[in-house]
Design a protein around this ligand. Sequence first.
Ligand SMILES: [Zn+2]
Ligand SMILES: [Zn+2]
Length: 419
Amino acid sequence: MNVIADLHLHSKFARACSKDITLQNLEKYAMMKGINLLGTGDFQHPKWIAELKSQLNDDGKGILHTKTNYPFVLQTEISLIYSQDGKGRRVHNVVLAPNFETANQIIEYLGKKGRLDYDGRPIFSIPCPQFVDDLRKINKEIEIIPAHAWTPWFSVFGSKSGFNSLQECFLDQTKHIHAIETGLSSDPSMNWRVSGLDNVALISSSDSHSHWPWRIGREATVFSMNDLSYSELIKSIRENKIAETLEFYPEEGKYHFDGHRACGVCLTPNESIALKKICPTCKTELTIGVANRVEELADKPEGRKPANARPFRNLIPLSEIIAHVIHAPIASKKVWEEYLKLIVAFGNEIAVLSASFDDLKKYTDERIARAISHVDKVKWKPGFDGEYGVPLFEGKTATEFKPPKNSVLKSTQRGLSEF
Ligand SMILES: [Zn+2]
Ligand SMILES: [Zn+2]
């Protein structure tokens, strides 16, 4: 069976996240999106784990079910900040746990090293190799996955924070790193240029900070599993049994190109290299994005496909496509109505995004049907220095994704502005 999983999210207790991220909302919108398995997010947070324990039942196979039988897996993200070789390092890692008992032990371990209650993504000064070793001493079924591996500020390969290889970061524990999260600003084909990643699975998750369907599942991994259980999930990760990954267009990611948001400067890797990575406006160092960083670490040419490469598809969230075509804000009633019409017709968003033009136009405006089915021809205003990229359909200038002043979806406003 194929399971479409989003294994990296956050709860309402994480900073800069929507206060409406409840298990009920996650379940509701994951089903609308077409996601079959969600990470819980933030399992070490004292209030969130209490909710998880009171609302979810472990089926004995490490999958936690809501009362209406939607499956979750215990997941969190931990920020490790330390120095190595005289350089400050900041690496985010996603952690998956097989059951509440193991989660309790991880909480006890982390609780001895720092506070757990101020964020869903708490910071510790534990070096990555020690973190892996310590967690494996708790339970070898715990999976540690470097999160959004290429983003500049908090990742294993980040231009401002990271390392030049998994080995340099994880040292003798590298053998226990079976996957990396490619993040929104890179897709597998970019990662295929780094032969040092040939032996890890490339997985994709949303890192969502809200429950809305244009955030959760915006990236996801389709695992091929014998049954829905934690051990099968881990096996799929460790053995790269991935049917495909669902990806953002890397250009839409917030750190694809280089630049300075405050200075309004966005540059391609070649342009910023020509400027010696110095901002032409403020004369300080540019935020070097993912495309440039991949280029720096690549040892293979563009177009290279390693033997274990898995298929992937680039998708734009359906709400965004509709918003752009009808020139209305993403959180407006008009967009939402059109969105729901398609969800009712096709069952879920991933099914809509996979449908043909002929099928789509039976249920929606022809321009929307064309935008969905020809979405591969979209041009981009690429993301840089924390700003999302914007798709330019039919060459038109896109409406910015700013929520309206009197949004019908009040909580969306908050969710978006906090993101
Ligand atoms: Zn992170
Ligand atoms: Zn600048």
